[in-house]
Design a protein. Structure first.
Length: 377
């Protein structure tokens, strides 16, 4: 019998729920990667699956007369994690709780956040098989060569001075792609180029293609999945846009920092936890790694981009401080794994103590033992 079962997202939500009905069971941990995806099914599905009646209640898996797999995990697991500390807090608020904020607040004592990690065998500028020239903090001239290569391959003007922005990810409103579209006219009045790669909402894709036709020397759009291009953007861009409305963890902002590509992101979820915002204190202490903004508006995104452009053009010393600070960050799975191992140990020990308490209680209620105990007193 395992000591602990670690479940991830709604697809595994039945496991903690079913195990909760067992007297002797392993500890259970349930990780929420994106609460928006809940595994909701009609009530009839509960009957079709022949699930125990005890699981059909508002305290268990019933959710407004529907069957919620993710609620099964959240309600019954011994512990819940989200994929970043800030996201763990955000999902207890109604705005990002998707109807489960009350339950998560109720379970807040057993809720924490652990950041995802980066696979450094795939994402490292020192060994990346997809990029033109590998580099580290001592060979950053090779990053400039990668910028020229990216500009050439995508038909953009080849020069060091334009701030080359990148975006890699789903082309959907959650990621703030509409905010990017809304600032292009003002943004491209300045020496800025933008490369976008991803797929998603057909309407947003169409708007991007139209914009590309309008700004052929400043904007390049690829709609689809292209792994090599994703790596080349991380290695060749000066900065990465991530204006997400919400972001449970996010990996691209971690990749970008390791590649010396400064993230420009909204302060939410894992973006807030992994990017050290630029200000006088953080740049003087060599800790700043990117630019964060708060408001979910095109104006806030544009102002932050122009602030980044100003630093890029007028204060190269501080810009390179940010580049190097980001490349030195530890986003490895080794770091994340230590947090999980510590939590595993705590949960298994707690489960063992719970089992011991139950066995003692069972013994105490056994007639012969109870009578003997009473006689001793």
């Amino acid at each position: 019998q395992p000591e602990l079962v670690h479940c991830n997202d709604w697809q595994t939500g039945l496991v903690p729920a079913l195990l909760s009905l067992e007297d002797q069971r392993p500890a259970t941990l349930f990780s929420v990667h994106n609460l928006a995806y809940q595994g909701l099914f009609p009530a009839q599905t509960f009957t079709t699956l022949d699930l125990p009646d005890a699981l059909w209640s508002p305290e268990s898996m019933e959710f407004y007369n529907m069957l919620s797999f993710i609620k099964g995990g959240i309600a019954h697991a011994d512990w819940i994690t989200a994929v970043s500390p800030t996201y763990a807090s955000e999902i207890t608020d109604d705005a990002l709780g998707y109807g489960l904020a009350g339950l998560l607040r109720h379970r807040s004592a057993e809720l924490s956040g652990i950041l995802n990690g980066v696979d450094e065998d795939i994402w490292s500028p020192t060994s990346d098989r997809f990029i033109e020239r590998k580099y580290d903090v001592h060979t950053l001239q090779n990053k400039l060569f990668n910028k020229f290569t990216l500009q050439r391959d995508l038909g953009l003007s080849i020069a060091s001075q334009p701030l080359l922005l990148g975006y890699v990810g789903r082309i959907v409103e959650q990621k703030g792609v509409d905010l990017i579209l809304d600032i292009l006219e003002e943004l491209f009045k300045h020496p800025v180029q933008l490369v976008i790669a991803g797929t998603g909402d057909p309407a947003l894709e169409e708007r991007l293609r139209a914009a590309e036709q309008h700004y052929p020397r400043q904007l390049s759009v690829f709609t689809g999945y292209h792994e090599q291009l994703a790596h080349n953007i991380q290695a060749g861009a000066d900065a990465l846009l991530m204006p997400s409305r919400y972001e449970p963890c996010g990996l691209n902002q971690m990749y970008s920092q390791l590649y010396g590509t400064v993230p420009i992101a909204r302060r939410t979820g894992g973006l807030a936890d992994t990017i050290v915002d630029f200000n006088q204190e953080t740049i003087n202490s060599h800790q700043a790694t990117g630019f964060l903004f708060d408001s979910e508006t095109p104006e806030a995104l544009l102002a932050t981009c122009l602030g980044a452009l100003s630093l890029f053009r007028n204060d190269r010393v501080d810009w390179w401080k940010m580049v190097i600070a980001g490349m030195k960050r530890d986003f490895s799975w080794t770091r994340s794994a230590r947090s999980y191992v510590t939590l595993y140990e705590q949960l298994t020990q707690r489960r063992q103590h719970s089992d011991m308490d139950r066995r003692i209680a069972d013994l105490a209620s056994t007639p012969g033992i109870a009578a003997a105990s009473q006689a001793l007193h």
